[in-house]
Design a protein around this ligand. Structure first.
Ligand code: NZQ
Ligand code: ZN
Length: 394
């Protein structure tokens, strides 16, 4: 086990109707004027937005609203939010939505607290963030795990870059997790969410540190639970039992717990971000389209690790490590297919790529050949390109 620091300060309120508490929670955090931020139409249509605003009013809080966040959220919306915070003297930001809304809120909070610095400088690591404003969350989709994570991912449409910022200042002060709020989700969004939740733990589990028993067991338990309940949640988003398990797993999968003492890999996430950056595909789709190609390409770095995954998560009984490892990867890939997720580039909306397209993806992913990704196996431009090529095969 390696050294680690664990900081998970987010207060969680889990269960039916917990969103009624949102006014009190904001008040406890010292809020007086709240920016209520949301996405396209779902929170309005379901009546959630009205209920949230009603709860704020009841708690004696003032608020302003701003909607219009799109999946793969854009930097331009953040600037809009920062301007509202300045004009309206907002002192608390409330996200009503999923990863895209939450990440935009985190960015607005940083921008509003640092008016002298252009926000994108933090995402480009040219400026260091030292202060922010408090963000609370009413979660409507179990997926990104942003409600407890230290991360925020934005797309700068002008520069054409999708980038993440990791800092403890990204951790929300509270998150309300009511699985019933996810009942209006389309099946494919639930499938994207289930896949992302699995990937947040898989991208931690496959790493070079192997003497890490408790963390590995926690990771395997989380994966087994999501594999068990995920299909039911995808079939019927009203299935409260299944959605409850998925929603709680979503928060724990990306708050750091399932990778403590290890060395985060996250290569699949980086491979996926280049796809979303170029083609604006959903985050979940971008991950499953490359995962099995990544896995088959890196497996020989430690076949025993993949064999352990196959046996402990997929109950594979093969005695030989390489055979077990390959069987585990095939089962995971079949699972993604069974819930309607793409497992090849050709199954994404962008379709199969030509060689120039693959080279462009590898260049984006390696930031123009200036960085490597991953820890389980360190991947440079050439290795990244080979994985995209593999994912492009029929
Ligand atoms: O905009 P609305 O109308 O609300 O529709 C949204 C959106 O179209 C819809 N939706 C959400 N809740 C709903 C609902 N529709 C009906 N009923 C509901 N209850 O779902 C669609 C997707 O929403 P989005 O917020 O984009 O989903 P998700 O939570 O998957 O977030 C994806 C974003 O988070 C980033 C991704 O890269 C992507 O930009 N990530 C953020 C992370 C973090 N901050 O820690 C980690 C992740 O790895 C990820 O990178
Ligand atoms: Zn993710």
């Amino acid at each position: 086990m390696e050294q680690f620091k664990y900081y998970a300060p987010t207060k969680i309120l889990f269960g039916k109707n917990t969103e009624a508490e949102v006014g009190k929670l904001c008040k406890t955090q010292g809020a007086s004027k709240v920016l209520v931020h949301f996405g396209g139409s779902s929170a309005k249509k379901s009546g959630l937005l009205d209920r949230v605003c009603g709860a704020l009013q009841e708690a004696g809080l003032h608020y302003v609203t701003l909607g219009g966040v799109v999946p793969n959220p854009r930097l331009s919306k953040v600037y809009e939010g920062i301007e509202i915070c300045r004009r309206e003297k907002v002192d608390f930001i409330l996200a009503v939505g999923g990863g895209s809304v939450i990440d935009t809120c985190k960015a607005i909070a940083h921008g509003a607290a640092n008016p002298e610095t252009d926000l994108w400088e933090f995402w480009k690591k040219r400026a260091v963030l030292t202060r922010s404003m408090p963000v609370g969350v009413v979660l409507t989709i179990p997926a990104a795990g942003s409600e407890m994570s230290d991360s925020a991912v934005l797309t700068n449409a002008e520069s054409g870059e999708k980038r993440g910022l990791n800092t403890d200042l990204n951790r929300p002060v509270f998150a309300i997790l009511d699985p019933v709020l996810a009942a209006t989700l389309p099946n494919h969004q639930v499938a994207c969410g289930v896949s992302d939740i699995l990937m947040h733990t898989l991208d931690r589990y496959f790493n070079p540190v192997t003497d890490n028993a408790l963390t590995d067991e926690l990771a395997e338990a989380l994966l087994r639970v999501v594999l068990e309940y995920g299909p039911a949640a995808v079939r019927d988003a009203h299935d409260e039992t299944a959605m409850s398990e998925i929603m709680w797993a979503g928060s724990l999968s990306h708050n750091g717990l399932t990778g403590l003492g290890g060395r985060k890999d996250f290569a699949t996430h980086q491979l996926g971000h280049a796809l979303s950056e170029k083609f604006d595909v959903y985050h979940g789709d971008s991950l499953t389209a490359v995962w099995s190609s990544w896995a088959r390409s890196v497996m020989d770095a430690d076949p025993a690790r993949f064999a352990r995954f196959a046996r402990n998560v997929w109950h594979v009984e093969e005695a030989d490590d390489t055979a077990a490892a390959l069987a585990g990867i095939a089962k995971q890939e079949a699972f993604f297919q069974s819930i309607g997720m793409p497992v090849r580039l050709g199954e994404l909306s962008c379709g199969k790529q030509d060689e120039a397209g693959l080279a462009d993806l590898a260049s984006r992913c390696s930031y123009g050949k200036t960085r490597t990704i991953g820890t389980f196996r360190v991947l440079d431009y050439e290795k990244i390109l080979a994985i995209y090529r593999r994912a492009n095969e029929a």
